[in-house]
Design a binder for this molecule. Sequence first.
Ligand SMILES: [Zn+2]
Length: 377
Amino acid sequence: MNFRALVPVQAIDNRIAQLEHRKLQLPERPAAAAAQRALQVALAEAAKRKSRQSEISKEVNRLESRGKDLDVKKAKYETQLKSVIAMREVEALQHEIAGVNAEHSALDDAELLLLDENETLDKQLLESHTTLPSLESSAAEAAEQLAAAVAAADAEIVAARAERATLVAATDAESLALYEGIRARMSSAAVAEIAKGSCGGCHTSLSVKEQAEMKKVADTPDAVCPYCGCLLAVLMFFWFVDTAILTSAGVFKDPRFDNRLLAVGAVLPDIIDWPTGWRVMHSVVTSIALLALVMLVSLGRKPYRKLLLGLPIGTFLHLVFDGAFTSAQMFWWPIGGWEFSAEVLPVVARGWWNVPLEIAGVIALGLWWRNRQRQQL
Ligand SMILES: [Zn+2]
């Protein structure tokens, strides 16, 4: 198992989650919803007015037919009036006619009110005929903008998923399954590195004893932060530091050579290029530039030249022992173009092979240290 290869997978998983969240929170969404709502409100209003108009027309018809009935009734009473003689009957008929007249005039008043209302509705409907098309077009435009934004977000997600697939190819199935299981039940980090003595997931500092125990169980399911439960990736370190020190000791034969910056230079390429995804430090051009820079700033054989030289020598030796020259694009960057190589770092690609390299590094360093102690005696 190799947990370090999970770290970039987790980074891309976090980015995919962010992209998906952003897709749901696109500002085009509320804008499209508001435009659609305004259109629906206007359409509903127009429909309500039309239905009110048809109610009015029915009611007007009813009133008119009732008016005609009253006219017939009144004509009948008036005919009867001509033929009756008794005063009481005359009065009774006149009373009926007055009643019919009163009802008719009330009907007429009601009809007038309805016709007034109908006229107002006509005006309002005419207005909405002029505003509806613009509401329709702005709703369509907002919907189009939303669709374009969703498509752009989808494209980013697809690209991120493709990137994830290449990163996953550099992991082993067991580590990946372990990571995915932890990630599914944890909202915080599922894998982290030990940074400055703290878990990179929960930032709780780990005691020296805890860190030593973590090194012992590195890249097994037991390498879990005791505080947050995330997998802890232990830095691949010894191989590069040791090979760099041993080589410089062999080449320069100078026991006073300062190994501190050499050790930094030997791990610097992975420290910079791994988390950033750049391949700058894995290029021989960068190491040459670094060497030139050191020579330049230490012109006149300043006493710290020997110390500073350790840095470019360290990065050169990293390239050698990393096998960086096997990728021409990475090794000669930016001579073949400014784009970074998409290949995974050699240290990630090696996976399990890092283990014997690390052990070899530790043994070699021990032997060299013993020799050096003997020489100094
Ligand atoms: Zn933790």
